[in-house]
Write a new protein. Sequence first.
Length: 480
Amino acid sequence: MSASVSVSFKKPVQVLMLGWEYPPRFAGGLGKACSGLSQAMASLGCQITFVLPTFPKRIVESHLRVVGARELLVESGWPKELQIHSHVQREAVQSPGNIVRIETEAKLFPYGKHPTGELPPSVLRMLGETFERVTKKLGVERQTFQKEWASTEPEPYVPPLPNPRKEEKEEIYGSNMWEEIERYCFAVRQLGKSHEVDVVHAHDWMSFPAALEYKRMNPRAPVFMHVHATEYDRSGENVNTDVFRVEREGFRAATHIFAVSRYTAGIIEKLYGIPREKITVVYNAPDEGAKQMISSPKAQRSPHVVFLGRLTFQKGPDHFLEAAKMVIDAAPKRLGKVQFIFCGTGDMLDKLRSQAFRLGIEDRVHFAGFVEPRHVDQILMKSRVLVMPSVSEPFGLVALEAIHCGIPVILSKQSGVREVLHRALQVDFWDHEKLADQILAALRLKELSRQLVDEGMEQIRALSWEKSAHTVINSYRRYL
């Protein structure tokens, strides 16, 4: 069905969305994507309830009403004595619109080290483990745990909560991932007992167990899994088998799957064994304001080449450095002193510093650390080209941001965004020599850069969150 076809229902569709990022709290493009899609769906009449693992105590934002999960559960009749499970006081701010965001106690970290330790009950149940094996693994008392495992009536098993943590400015997620996922499942499971919705829409793997826990409370609700990245993207061949299993079982149990690109849909089909007809591609899009350039491609800029993203295997920052060495060796003097800027943090930082020193280019490489979203545009507008050398990139919203700032992008052929920016410069992430040639071309040939930006902006204007929202809602229609 065409994305432009209007969507109508006899009553507003009640959607429970599950995810762990939403502006202003996010670590990557996921939060922006969740916000853009939710806002567009709300504008089309959907009633969105967005449950987040953690969120600021206060927010005032158009089209949003923010409440705490604990308060909502208490209002719904949840026993007050169980308020001990919530250590953080929260306040609600109501704004007009159809989106409700709910904060839970869990803190999740999708971009750090692989999770370790025993899998919690909700995940084990999702993976098809039996009651006997679970009680043995977890060491919990059968009498306490048995009824919750089999039914929806009694008190659930909840892992012990840690002591209240001091608020950390940069921390969005916690470290004990499986325990945090179980705590998230606990909150969603209780919501499932008191809040009925038409659709459950879960973003990425850590919300999959919670989505299925909600469905266990409300079997008639279809569950849609929205894939922004897979374990294969994050880890390559060194996948965490538990995370891979959670993804695979989530895909199998889902009513339908949304993928952010054909590239990602292909991974889900080939590596996870999911039929292609069960997957719909829903492209990310820029905000409406990003469809106009805020800086002319003709503006004077420093010879800066930017990498913007997490310093992890998936993003290919080491390949960026190898190409940087070749560019520095070959760049004509008239270009000036070409600088390579890393904007982001991650587990490869020390390795990259050592690599720059080994290559003898440490004086040309600057590690800026995490850059606040409001400062990203400033950096891009002062630079000449953005490089996205990802080993596996499901989409890549940062490419749209760069063009919005008037600079060209060089994309890995192993990325989803090239499907919508097919006129951009493209290269295999491992082809350092060709990547260096393309960087030099973008630095030297100003007319080429202007042409790439103009063509890219034309393609960006063809994207919209409203189109993506139509695609999602039309998929809902098939199961309602």
